[in-house]
Ligand binder design. Structure first.
Ligand SMILES: [Zn+2]
Length: 340
């Protein structure tokens, strides 16, 4: 098995190095805190680390081997020395931590360690965190805690300081797209999913591949309908969006990926020759080129600016209706109509 199969955590080399180094050297801390955005591989990493700590391979550098009964049991979630804690009613509660404490006091059954994986530890109540702190302050020798959090701000500094912090970043777009293609069957929609997912697989998979392609059609229909439209017809078009804010925001995000692709087509001739390497919407290169001809690069930049300023002002709690009216008028002025 290759290194990447044994540590199937893509796009997080620093985190993998910390775990591999600890396993290979045998210098394992009592507690690790995995911190980073949702959907970037923290839970996968926690499972791989647990398997590596318990794996039966003779050579520590080969752990996790992915082949021994221990690796199989950890992967299947049935290893007796791996104890998982997940929030109950959206929170980690003090009773859960008390049960964990009792388990921590017992000896490992099969392996050299007992591994406690605590998911969403940042949801732990203050009482639960204080209880957790007690365990972390005086951990039994064969115990390893892996605490997983999206955010360390809600954690007691005393809890954080007991842990080795392992940071997980947002995934690079190409890594996210590869994961969507290989593990989630996104096919041609993988690049678009990755572009909208902002480096998080959880965010990218909110929409199925079919939904993504459907919304893109809607975004293009919206844009084509507006481009070069008679300004007197725009207020009526805008009215249709006044009460569909979330839908419009999503559509604009897709439109942004489209407009960036149009810009690339205008500036880099190779983008059209090798669309798969350059473009998010590579499967629609003919339509991209139609827009690239119909709009000047300045107009594309203006359209992007209008969308960005719409997003910015929306986050400043400016009323939605006037913002939508202005945005649609601005976009309508950005180019000639494209007949696709
Ligand atoms: Zn193994």
């Amino acid at each position: 098995m290759s290194q990447t199969e044994r540590w199937p955590i893509r796009g997080q080399p620093a985190a993998v190095n910390i775990m591999r180094g600890a396993v290979a050297s045998g210098r394992v801390a009592h507690a690790y805190l995995f911190v980073g955005p949702r959907g970037v591989g923290k839970a996968t990493a926690g499972n791989a680390f647990a398997a590596a700590l318990l794996c039966e391979a003779a050579d520590a550098a080969e752990r996790p081997c992915g082949r021994c009964p221990t690796c199989a049991d950890v992967a299947a979630g049935r290893h007796v020395d791996v104890y998982k804690l997940v929030p109950e009613e959206d929170k980690i509660l003090i009773d859960q931590v008390r049960r964990l404490h009792q388990r921590a006091m017992l000896r490992a059954v099969r392996g050299r360690y007992k591994v406690f994986l605590v998911e969403a530890v940042d949801t732990a109540t203050p009482a639960a965190q204080n209880a957790l702190l007690k365990v972390l302050e005086d951990p039994p020798g064969d115990t390893v805690f892996i605490l997983i959090a999206h955010n360390e701000a809600p954690l007691l500094p005393t809890v954080v300081s007991r842990c080795v912090t392992v940071r997980f970043g947002r995934l690079p777009k190409d890594v996210a797209a590869a994961i969507l293609r290989e593990r989630f069957g996104y096919g041609d929609a993988a690049e678009l999913g990755a572009a909208l997912g902002d480096g998080s697989i959880a965010q990218a998979t909110r929409l199925s591949p079919e939904q993504l392609l459907e919304r893109r059609e809607a975004a293009l229909a919206f844009f084509n309908d507006l481009l070069g439209a008679d300004p007197t017809t725009v207020p009526k078009k805008a009215e249709a969006w006044h009460k569909r804010r979330d839908e419009l925001v999503e559509l604009l995000e897709i439109l942004q990926t489209w407009l960036r692709d149009v810009l690339l087509c205008q500036h880099r001739p190779e983008a059209a020759d090798q669309p798969g390497a350059w473009l998010v919407n590579f499967d629609r290169v003919h339509d991209l080129l139609a827009h690239a001809r119909a709009m000047g690069p300045e107009e594309v930049m203006q359209a992007l600016d209008h969308i960005l300023s719409f997003h910015r002002r929306l986050s400043e709690n400016v009323g939605v209706r006037p913002l939508v009216d202005v945005l649609l008028l601005d976009l309508a002025a950005c180019g000639r109509r494209v007949v696709a």
